[in-house]
Design a protein around this ligand. Sequence first.
Ligand SMILES: NC(=O)c1ccc[n+]([C@@H]2O[C@H](COP(=O)([O-])OP(=O)(O)OC[C@H]3O[C@@H](n4cnc5c(N)ncnc54)[C@H](OP(=O)(O)O)[C@@H]3O)[C@@H](O)[C@H]2O)c1
Length: 338
Amino acid sequence: MPQQDNLRIVLAARPVGRPRPSDFRLEHAAVPEASDGQVVLRILYLSLDPYMRGRMSDEKSYSAPVAIGQVMEGGTVAEVLESRHPDFRPGDIVLSHSGWQSYAVADGGHLRKIDPAAAPITTALGVLGMPGFTAYAGLLTIGQPKAGETVVVAAASGPVGSAVGQIARIKGARAVGIAGGETKCAFIRETFGFDAVVDHSAPDFADQLAAACPNGIDVYFENVGGKVWDAVFPLLNGFARIPVCGLIAQYNSTGDFEGPDRLPIVMRQVLTKSLTIRGFIQREFVAQRPAFEREASGWIAGGALKYKEDIVEGLAQAPEAFIGLLDGKNFGKLIIKV
Ligand SMILES: NC(=O)c1ccc[n+]([C@@H]2O[C@H](COP(=O)([O-])OP(=O)(O)OC[C@H]3O[C@@H](n4cnc5c(N)ncnc54)[C@H](OP(=O)(O)O)[C@@H]3O)[C@@H](O)[C@H]2O)c1
């Protein structure tokens, strides 16, 4: 194949607190060659997700960190340029996990074909991909919303939160979203159809949330932690379910958390209100993936599940865009058009 320039972004340093552009480095490299069973990919779209902050640190977690000097990890939609695998041909569009680079080699067994006629290919990174599946599996398996119950979710304009609220409504529950700023809140109300939305930047946020949940909270889908959790906690009903999906408010924190130890108060409420709090990583529910794809595609086609993408042009913009994601600057599923 012709000599191409593989632009790639590697981890230059482990961030302390909020990542900085200097924690990343843009490099040029040769396009790798495929061996038997492999394909050469041209990356079209790169997904930027909050979990990547965890991969930049070397603290013990559910996945290994990215090594210093290694290409940043990430889900991608790519075009097959060259194939040495019997199931793939040049021109095929695939879902891969090729990271922050413009070309990659991948084992055919690690790829999934995407049908560009079925849905826009970017949806494989958002509403029909990992974030949409996270919402579906976490809400339905752990949250188990019932008709008439109140479901609360923050980061509600993003791919996980927006799907959580809309699936809750599909199940007959009342969806209350939390987001930063009036633009996001209006969109969540008007386009995603949530029953109520509260701006977490408002000075009286906790009071507004209480007013938006007159019957308390039956399911709190935890995406952020921090002050949102503090406002939700007193409103939880008996037998409330709390799928703990993410804690983005603390991803950039350093060292020990400040303030008094509130664990005894939380545990007392867990006991006296019979709360169910369960953390999860979406891949634990992989067996539900076919059901998710079938149901979510149907909901999208029927207009019950809407999505918003925030597409940024150019791989070189990925570090700034990712830092912005942790600050709430994205508006919808953040994707880099490589
Ligand atoms: N467990 C799993 O398997 C799994 C899988 C995927 C995602 N997740 C988690 O799900 C959550 C949402 O992910 P996503 O991809 O849908 O992200 P996202 O909503 O596109 O982006 C993150 C959003 O979090 C909000 N945020 C950031 N800091 C906040 C703070 N201090 N307080 C309140 N809100 C804050 C911002 O929205 P506002 O401007 O509205 O504040 C920001 O736009 C994340 O915690 C992520 O780690 C978990």
